[in-house]
Design a binder for this molecule. Structure first.
Ligand SMILES: *[C@@H]1O[C@H](CO)[C@@H](O)[C@H](O)[C@H]1NC(C)=O
Ligand SMILES: *[C@@H]1O[C@H](CO)[C@@H](O)[C@H](O)[C@H]1NC(C)=O
Ligand SMILES: *[C@@H]1O[C@H](CO)[C@@H](O)[C@H](O)[C@H]1NC(C)=O
Length: 401
């Protein structure tokens, strides 16, 4: 990091233009040699598609996913696959999430696609296809669709619940460890490699709430998720400390989105009581829930910072970034910030899965939500810009070099 500072700051103006225009050819910023990321579908670049490659049609591998950036569906590492939701855990998963949510977006699936390019690195490869052989010279993405922060056993032993997603942060960190042991064997080599890397830790934890609130029976009880929230925060904090112990020096930790503004929440928890909504049409209770999560997460980050004074731990404010579309849609070129571009004729663009039978809006760049759960490339690019340059990161990422 250190010796590249000059080059990096010179590139800032270019980077900004890139993020805004999507211009793909950019020289190396030199801040970080690699990015390693963990999380769920918000940032999965193909791990899930790879996992189920022999089992199902992966919506990320069929249009309209990918239509805007790649002009073809990608699956991001997953080959084309045939339909058979035969595996019971996958069936459960799709019951909870519906197959359409398994795509991630119309284009670049995540702010960090954009950030990777802004930082002069290529799109992050998914880890699973090359888990045992890859050298990952520019990093790897360990995030998997549906991943939870807490282990499945947590919910089994406490609440006698089988969660729809049998994989968690634990698995991602275990794979990460194995990869590090191979590509940088020995403590010193691991530390050196990680000190030159950016670690993106999340968003993770959203699914630990989603499976509860998407279930009509479970979600009658809104207190239990508030009770297990501190354990999610502890789990994220322990994971961040773990990568610090391995040698990471710069770690970005995103908070949760305002789930009360997300189409699937708005349709599942539709209310005829106007007091349940804020002035923007979002569900007030659920947004307060997300703010609570983020507040606890920021406290945890504060503790991690004081315990690890030589490490840059950056909080990314996804809540604030998303609320920017909701509060100022026109300023951002968004027509209906609470409506999904791809889906059905429901009030929030819901009612039909986003798949090859879905209704797809004509211009995704005028929408913030791609499907019921995930955002459009437009939204991600605004968020990425706010994280790279501020104001949606406590240390703007481009200033963290
Ligand atoms: C179903 O998928 C899970 C998760 O990938 C896997 O652990 C399990 O072995 C699979 N079961 C069958 C019957 O294929
Ligand atoms: C746990 O859940 C299973 C399946 O839903 C049920 O059959 C069983 O009675 C439950 N056990 C307890 C202790 O509640
Ligand atoms: C509106 O809410 C009231 C009180 O909760 C309920 O009795 C009524 O059935 C609801 N009406 C509709 C159309 O959902």
């Amino acid at each position: 990091m250190g010796s590249s500072n000059g080059h990096c700051s010179i590139s800032l103006a270019v980077l900004f233009v890139f993020v805004v225009t999507g211009d793909a050819n950019l020289g190396s910023c030199g801040c970080f040699k690699r990015i390693f990321s963990f999380g769920d579908s918000i940032i999965d670049t193909g791990n899930f598609a790879y996992t189920i490659r022999n089992r199902s049609p992966s919506p990320p591998s069929v249009l309209p996913y990918g239509e805007t950036y790649f002009h073809h569906p990608t699956g991001r590492g997953g080959p084309r696959i045939k339909t058979d939701w035969g595996n019971s855990s996958i069936r459960k998963l799709t019951k909870a999430y519906k197959p359409h949510n398994m795509l991630y977006t119309n284009a670049l699936s995540d702010p960090y696609y954009l950030s990777a390019q802004a930082l002069g690195l290529p799109l992050l490869p998914p880890s699973l296809p090359e888990e045992k052989t890859g050298q990952f010279p520019t990093g790897a993405n360990f995030a998997v669709f549906g991943a939870m922060a807490l282990n499945p056993n947590y919910f089994k032993s406490r609440y006698n619940l089988s969660v729809p997603f049998p994989w968690s942060l634990h698995d991602q960190l275990a794979t990460f460890n194995k990869v590090l042991t191979r590509i940088a064997p020995g403590d010193a080599a691991t530390k050196r490699l990680l000190s030159e890397s950016l670690v993106v830790f999340g968003e993770i934890g959203g699914n630990d709430y989603n499976f509860w609130f998407f279930d009509s029976e479970l979600s009658k009880d809104r207190n239990t998720p508030l009770q297990y929230m501190p354990d999610i925060i502890d789990r994220i904090g322990a994971g961040v400390q773990k990568v610090i112990n391995l040698g990471a020096k710069t770690i970005l930790v995103p908070g949760n989105f305002p789930i009360g503004c997300v189409p699937v929440y708005l349709s599942t928890h539709k209310s005829n009581t106007s007091a349940d909504y804020d002035q923007f049409g979002c569900l007030a209770w659920f947004n307060a829930f997300s703010r609570r999560h983020n507040q606890l997460l920021k406290q945890e980050i504060g503790r991690l910072k004081s315990r690890n004074p030589s490490v840059k731990i950056i909080y990314a404010d996804y809540y604030g970034a998303f609320m920017e579309f909701v509060k100022n849609p026109n300023r951002n070129g968004i027509d209906s910030p609470l409506v999904a571009c791809c889906g059905g004729n429901g009030p929030y663009g819901t009612g039909l899965p986003c798949d090859w039978n879905a209704k797809v809006c004509r211009d995704p760049s005028r929408f913030a939500n791609w499907d019921q759960v995930h955002m459009t490339e437009k939204a991600y690019s605004v968020i990425a810009n706010g994280v790279l340059n501020g104001p949606y990161a406590d240390i703007p990422l481009l200033h963290a070099c």
